[in-house]
Write a protein that binds this ligand. Structure first.
Ligand code: CA
Length: 232
């Protein structure tokens, strides 16, 4: 197994030490930067394969760093953040970060997030005609989706929303992002559209829409579409 290099950007030594410990057990090499200036230099000189980024750093909040990295590469950027920073998390995701973990997190959770983000960045798959997630099948060209083999009676917007979710499985999608991608530029703040359509879609695809299995709410951030045939 090749040892991917992870750049850890974190000013709290206790946390960077813990991240390093977890990542080393998973077979990654690590390099730690305590501030953004140093992180930028390390990014340019070491070409890391993954970045773990704390948002509260001594010399800034990390969004400009995400934008700089995104201009050059699509490597996974995972935010490691405190719970009260939800606005910052959303801004970071919109700036191009892939996912986030909230402190305190478990080693299992962190490993799963990293593997999942890596798989996505490697296998940004060419458009397949058919996408399968659990017992849901979506056929692009036929504009039809099935659950347990039975065609779902979806409106065009519900279909587009489901298609967007199914083509971006197991990753956090911010409200603004889903609105922009499904409804278009200019709709980023129309939260009630999204909530309404997510609710109606849940009624059609979930076994129990009050306890959704597929479209999971990420409190104040957005949604994550669970796709289980992709093994974590
Ligand atoms: Ca910090």
């Amino acid at each position: 197994m090749t040892k991917d290099l992870v750049l850890i950007v974190e000013d709290d030594p206790a946390i960077s030490k813990m991240l390093h410990y977890i990542l080393k057990q998973d077979g990654y090499k690590c390099i730690i930067s305590e501030n953004l200036k140093n992180a930028l230099r390390t990014f340019q000189t070491h070409n890391p394969e993954i970045i773990l980024l704390d948002l509260g750093l001594p010399d800034g909040d990390g969004k400009s760093f995400i934008k700089t990295v995104r201009k050059e590469t699509t490597i996974p950027i995972i935010i490691v953040s405190a719970r009260h920073d939800e606005h910052e998390i959303v801004a970071a995701l919109d700036a191009g970060a892939d996912d986030y973990v909230i402190k305190p997190f478990s080693d299992i959770e962190l490993s799963a997030r990293i593997r999942s983000a890596q798989r996505r960045s490697i296998g940004v798959s060419p458009s397949h005609d058919t996408i399968v997630c659990g017992d849901i099948i979506l056929e692009h060209d036929a504009l039809v989706a099935y659950k347990k083999g039975v065609a779902l009676n979806l409106t065009p917007t519900e279909f587009n929303l489901l298609k967007y979710f199914m083509t971006h499985p197991n990753q956090v999608l911010t409200h603004a992002n889903v609105l922009k991608e499904v409804w278009g530029v200019g709709y980023q703040n129309e939260m009630h559209y999204l909530r309404t359509f997510v609710n109606s879609l849940r009624k059609k695809i979930e076994d129990d829409s009050s306890r959704p299995h597929y479209i999971v709410t990420q409190m104040r951030v957005g949604y994550r579409f669970n796709c289980e045939n992709e093994k974590l």
